[in-house]
Design a protein around this ligand. Structure first.
Ligand SMILES: NC(=O)CC[C@H](N)C(=O)O
Length: 196
């Protein structure tokens, strides 16, 4: 497969930026919001935004359960920031009623970097990304509190886990889609190709 088809879950968040980054990483990318649009995808990105809103809208648009099943069945997924939260099997501090798709055996803490540090940038070395650190843009970012045995930690910042991979599921606390550096998306597209 040369150009995999990758959807971006378009319920809320920075969908357009992911579409641009995926196109630059040589994927055929389009927005997805209904369960029937999941068929035929080689991979799916869950954007940054607000995980409580994405959770609510996923139930409303009836994609919560189909997406859980698709991820369980091995659909390659990548989530940035709120997307990382949506891929966590467990949230430490969920809003009442907040659900996730799951797929990565980890516990995440929302808004973890705290008020003094709501948004910041930092150079982050990501395992599997060649050519030096990426510019990590953190916006009310979560961190990963703990991971299960199947989860590979790809990056840390300030002693906290900020990028992980479990099988076909990849997640970052930060937003590579906002930087113009497409190497994390290329890593995901390569994983999608390998899974196809
Ligand atoms: N930039 C982001 O995606 C922020 C995530 C947001 N704090 C949440 O809980 O979903």
């Amino acid at each position: 497969m040369t150009r995999p088809t990758i959807g971006v879950l378009a319920l809320q968040g920075d969908v357009r930026e992911h579409l641009t980054a995926l196109a630059a990483a040589d994927a055929a990318a389009g927005p997805v919001r209904r369960p029937e649009e999941l068929a035929g995808l080689d991979g799916l990105v869950i954007p940054g935004g607000e995980s409580t809103t994405i959770s609510k809208l996923a139930v409303l648009f009836r994609v919560m359960e189909p997406l859980r099943e698709a991820i369980r069945a091995g659909l390659p997924v990548y989530g940035s920031c709120a997307g990382l939260i949506m891929l966590a099997d467990k949230i430490l501090d969920p809003r009442s009623g907040q659900e996730t798709f799951g797929g990565i055996d980890m516990i995440v803490r929302r808004n973890a970097f705290g008020r003094q540090n709501e948004s910041f940038e930092a150079a982050v070395e990501v395992s599997g990304v060649e050519g030096g650190p990426v510019e990590g843009v953190f916006i009310r970012a979560p961190w990963v509190e703990s991971v299960g045995a199947q989860v590979r930690v790809l990056a840390e910042h300030g002693g906290h886990v900020v990028a992980v991979r479990q099988g076909n599921a990849l997640a970052t606390s930060f937003h590579p889609e906002l930087t113009g550096d497409h190497r994390v998306h290329e890593l995901f597209v390569a994983a999608v190709r390998a899974a196809a």
